[in-house]
Write a protein that binds this ligand. Sequence first.
Ligand code: FAD
Length: 468
Amino acid sequence: MNQYDVTVIGSGPGGYVAAIRCAQLGLKTAIIEKYPTLGGTCLNVGCIPSKALLDSTEHYHNAHTTFKEHGIELSDLQINMNQLIDRKNGVVKANVDGISFLMKKNKIDVLQGVGSFVDKNHIKITPTGGGEEQQIETKNVIIATGSKPTVLPFIQQDKQRIITSTEALNIREVPKHMIVIGGGVIGLEMASVYARLGAKVSVIEFMDSLIPTMDRALGKELKRILGKIGIEFFLSHKVTGATREGETVTVTATNPKGEEVKFEGDYCLVAVGRVPYTQGLNLEAAGVQMEERGRIKVDEHLQTSVPGIYAIGDVIRGAMLAHKAEEEGVYVAETIVGQKPHINYLLIPGVVYTWPEVAGVGYTEEQLKETGRAYKVGSFPFRASGRARASMDLDGFVKVLADKQTDEILGMHMIGPRIADLIAEGVTAMEFRASAEDVARMSHAHPTYAEAVKEACLAATENRAIHM
Ligand code: FAD
């Protein structure tokens, strides 16, 4: 029987990063994945394919809208959905192949099949495509089995017309009317993809705002901007059912007045969140305890109720984000070898890859109000940025929240061009506990979108933005 120092179950961004860090630290490592390709939700049916589609459709949308103003005139513009989806598949393949390469490079054994506990130190691997079961012995286990889409019990998803994000990434036609249940990150990204392709898109959201866990100013601005590409929003609507007849899908909901409203379309995407995935792990055999909402219970060191068994990523508490899972993977690997790593969960940024992009890190204004912390706000609109004017990306703003007395940055929230990359400046500043004035006094290349961060920090410092 093969023996390992560490066995990782699940090869998503949590699992594969944990495995690489374990191998770097000299631990004999195995990774178990039930699917034939590595990379988990993120690489196969999440972050990467959705961004590939967002990029393609943004080009198409611009070709229809802003190109003319740039002086580029096109005629007979066509969308080739097969090519669009094939390119996306190619991007996914290149990425998942990259992970296989990294496993080889780091001498990590990849075991294909469903991993389940026999006991705390023995894992059984059952190949999904048939074939012989095997068992391995391991000193430590890292559970990184991720999540799956939340199912609404009163909606039967046939995965053809009433679909999850996985199927929404593979539609080879432009829907006539896509009804999206859920105004969160995944719902809005996919809504953008299809609206840009020319589909009518209706987003139905239970809460009274979009992306409600982010700073409220962002959701408000995003709703206004996405409205301009034709997405219709139905906030404070409670979906009560969805049925399919032939190619028609009917969604029923209760509006804020308590009346029943009906939506008819050809696709309904259910994007109401994700739930931890632990099916098939046989956690009882190892004695691993669960907590509420199907999550695996972990302590502050990400160790489960059983010493030597850890859990990371979507399967435990916290934001369901790839980069959060990655940080936890590194954290656990270093903990296993006796190091003292650290994760600052406040500084895990949240991002939405619509256009404009949305990102936030640190405390939201609502959280500061709730805790009674004295703060000041500085913001800067992209319409005052020369760089944004050059690229015709005038929507959005950067908003900086700083402590009223000390000027320490407490939160940065932005909506605008390429701010998914820009939020890293907020993370860096906050990780080093910078004041708004610290950032305001740093040189930012001109012309860049990043100047908006400097200007917002200037505004927060003493209301002394230069270009506003
Ligand atoms: P996963 O990536 O879910 O990987 C878990 C793996 O474990 C899977 O491959 C699964 O097959 C395997 N597995 C499960 N059980 C077993 C078992 N018993 N034996 C063997 N293998 C098993 N996050 C971002 O940060 N940025 C984004 O832009 C982003 N976009 C997204 C877009 C979409 C459409 C979706 C659905 C998600 C997106 N996410 C994004 C979320 C991100 O994908 C997840 O947070 C991330 O994948 C979680 O990583 P993980 O390692 O915890 O689990």
